[in-house]
Design a protein around this ligand. Structure first.
Ligand code: HEC
Length: 170
């Protein structure tokens, strides 16, 4: 390797490096030019975008001042669940709300269609079972949540599911 060859290599190397840096800077400038005219301005001026920003940076809490109109601070009422007002057929409710535990007899729940498991419960009388279905029940075997945890269901829907289960266990 002669010194002349070294120098040639070094020059070429620097040239290539320089060209690459120039390309990178050029691309950066181009990207900023394009971005300035498209994204930023459009995004920043978009009312939907500004609304979400205002929402995100809004103070966590609002203060109600006595003697002023504080109605805007009232917590918004959650929309009632669709199923609430409707009375659904027992089989459907069972599959929605009861099968998780009663289908396989999970955690002490009397199993669907298991006459032996249901007989002592049916013997308590339907009034008791209706009450326990709607209000929930802590028994020796386990915990039965009110309405099977689906408090959005109407009472009648839950009772339909109860009838469906009791009927299947007879
Ligand atoms: C999270 C599990 C779970 C779900 C979901 C569930 N149950 Fe139960 N259920 C139980 C358990 C556990 C028991 C047994 C409690 C005991 O006797 O100790 C039980 C018992 C019952 C009983 C007998 C109560 C008694 O007095 O002996 C009825 C009736 C009943 N469930 C109805 C329903 C209906 C109707 C649904 C659906 C709307 C439902 N359950 C959903 C866990 C569940």
């Amino acid at each position: 390797m002669s010194a002349a060859q070294d120098k040639k290599f070094f020059d070429t190397f620097l040239l290539v490096l320089g060209v690459l840096i120039a390309i990178a800077i050029g691309l950066l400038a181009l990207a900023r030019m394009i971005g300035a005219n498209t994204q930023e301005r459009h995004v920043l001026e978009d009312p939907a975008y500004s609304a979400t920003v205002s929402e995100r940076i809004a103070p966590m809490a609002k203060v109600a001042v006595a003697g002023q109109d504080n109605s805007a601070l009232a917590p918004s009422q959650p929309e009632p669940a669709v199923a609430e007002s409707k009375d659904l057929p027992g089989e459907q409710v069972y599959n929605m709300a009861c099968v998780a535990c009663h289908g396989a007899g999970v955690a002490g729940a009397p199993k669907f269609g298991d006459a032996a498991a249901w007989a002592p419960r049916i013997a308590k009388g339907m009034d008791v079972l209706r009450k326990h279905s709607i209000e929930g029940f802590q028994g020796d075997a386990g915990f039965m949540p009110a309405k099977g945890g689906r408090v959005d269901l109407s009472d009648q829907s839950v009772l339909n599911a109860l009838d469906y289960m009791v009927e299947a266990a007879k």
